[in-house]
Design a binder for this molecule. Structure first.
Ligand code: AMP
Length: 188
């Protein structure tokens, strides 16, 4: 039922090969469901892995990249010219990535990925964007972050509903199914 899902993930591979494997499996799962991948248009790290997997499976990708990162993050060669948006700033890229999707998936990544995750989560707290957001918790990568969020709830800084709204799965196929079920139920 989703037309497009934005995937936020690392511009590096990380040490554990399970991160790249999960990124590729997510790419295949998106194609199986007929979902367009929207992502940061790079061919480095997990960003490249998920896009390569979607393209190899015959799927569709749309990318958004700031002009100054075209060389650093190596613009992915598989994007059709009409499916690439070039922005001036990282901020503008993030805005477009968020506005272009029915739902969001966050894979392991670094500071950029965490920034994107919190942008979506904090915007959703204010009810925009409406799409659900899920963490692909590969090899327990996000466990410490989830523990911090629990602490933020128990210490009275965050409403439990905003943490519970974040779907968490270790498998891409299951995460997409959970996100679609959440969207179909019309819950935030
Ligand atoms: P990282 O998780 O640090 O490997 O970065 C993942 C993606 O986030 C890359 O495409 C970065 O260009 C992007 N990124 C890094 N910093 C920011 C930021 N402040 N705002 C938006 N995107 C960022």
């Amino acid at each position: 039922m989703f037309r497009a899902v934005t995937v936020f993930c690392g511009s590096r591979h990380g040490h554990d090969p399970r991160y790249a494997a999960a990124a590729r499996e997510l790419g295949v799962a998106l194609v199986r469901r007929g979902i367009t991948l929207v992502w940061g248009a790079g061919r480095v790290g997990l960003m490249g892995e998920v896009a390569d997997a979607v393209l190899a499976a015959g799927g569709h990708v749309r990318g958004v990249i700031p002009d100054f990162l075209r060389t650093e993050e190596l613009l992915h060669p598989g994007i059709a010219p009409g499916d690439l948006a070039v922005t001036e700033t990282l901020f503008e890229r993030k805005r477009l990535l968020i506005e272009s999707a029915d739902a969001f998936v966050v894979l392991p990544g670094g500071l950029g990925t965490l920034d994107e995750l919190f942008e979506v989560v904090t915007l959703r707290q204010l009810r925009r964007p409406a799409g659900p957001c899920g963490l692909l918790n590969v090899a327990g990568y996000f466990d410490p972050l989830l523990a911090q969020l629990e602490r933020s709830v128990s210490e009275g800084f965050v409403d439990r509903a905003h943490v519970d709204a974040l779907l968490v799965e270790a498998d891409g196929e299951r995460l997409l199914a959970a996100l679609e079920a959440r969207a179909a139920a019309g819950s935030p």
